[in-house]
Design a protein around this ligand. Sequence first.
Ligand code: SF4
Ligand code: SF4
Length: 420
Amino acid sequence: MSASLQKGINALKEVIDAPVASYFSSCVHCGLCAEACLFYVETGDPKYTPIHKLEPLRRVYEQEYTLLGRLAKMVGLSKPVTDDELESWKELVYDSCTMCGRCSMVCPVGNDIVYMVRKLREGMAVSGHAPDGIKGATKRTVEIGGPMGLKWPAVANVIKKAEAATGEAINVDKPGADYLVLLSSMEIVNYPEYLEALVKIFRKAGLTFTLASDAFEATNAGIQIGASDIAKVIVSRIVNSAEKLGVKYVLSPECGHAYMAIRWEGPNLIGRPYKFEVVHVLELLDDLRKKGVLKVKDKFKDPLILHDPCQIVRRGGVLDAPEPLIQSVAENYIPVVDKQKWNWCCGGGGGASAIHTEEAEALRAKAFGIKKRQIEQAGVGTMVTFCANCRIVIEEAFDHYGMNTQLLGLTELLAEHLED
Ligand code: SF4
Ligand code: SF4
């Protein structure tokens, strides 16, 4: 057996733990997970059935940890997983899985398929089979600080513009502020209005926030590529900074997997509870709405629908905040049938949007078909969401299909309509 082949198998053997083993052994091959996956639904190709995407991991599990599998391997009835096979499997583990978690919701035996994808990604990353786009983002995050390679001066620039627009000074590295505000690189580059919106909302609420020059990036490429050690380094930057500044809360931005990383995975990664609370910006907004702080002067009039980002809503548990918030600022909110925990992914989560091969981009556009139909069926010209990554993916899809639909960020929409 070649060294590289051995490396791949060893990496997969390493990631098989009790949950993975129990999920494989309890799968009843019903195929229900297929109908829950946007890639299968939009292409009709059985290779996109969620449980099938895990086939190399299943084979290693069977060959190494079950009696029948070991016997089958011994007599040559079950082929070992090869390095070439793992390389060709990249498309199924990264391009066509956004870790949206919809498949895990329908499995009759409760298999957490996203957990298994995470584990397979860990093995793929260790054995050198992660896609170049995600590898590059991870390298830039570790070496420079963020997936796009942004440094503090880029943030300082956005701060300066927000200060000029709001007339308010923004704290940097200020000990004792109520909140440490995190941003995603995508917000810094593509949606700098988000920070401006926060300034207005915090001013209205009488709360204070600071940014940290050594921990401004919220996204976590380590989680996407499947490397827990890197994910831990990235989370630790935020934890150290927040605890040094003594803030009560860390505010996770409009970014899906950033919230998943800092809110849910972080304490496990660093092996202890935080000395602060993590709040998603929508949770803060909804709390302020309930307290009557977010009174609007007028409402957005045109009909619109909401896109619920998977990692914030279904997987993140921020289920109840989005609808009351949108209803508070939109006169004609039209709920889609598959909403909240049953939402369909935009097609670019879980690091998929960082993969820029022709095939990955074509598949992403195809998978967007579900969202496109939602917009057409509702007959609206506006969609609202609250994840910067979703926004970029959706805008690319609008462009691809030549759709004349506008996309708005919920925090910005609320800030724009706030009472003076
Ligand atoms: S997590 Fe989402 S994208 Fe991945 S296999 Fe499941 S349904 Fe498909
Ligand atoms: S839904 Fe669950 S039991 Fe059915 S094929 Fe998928 S993983 Fe297996």
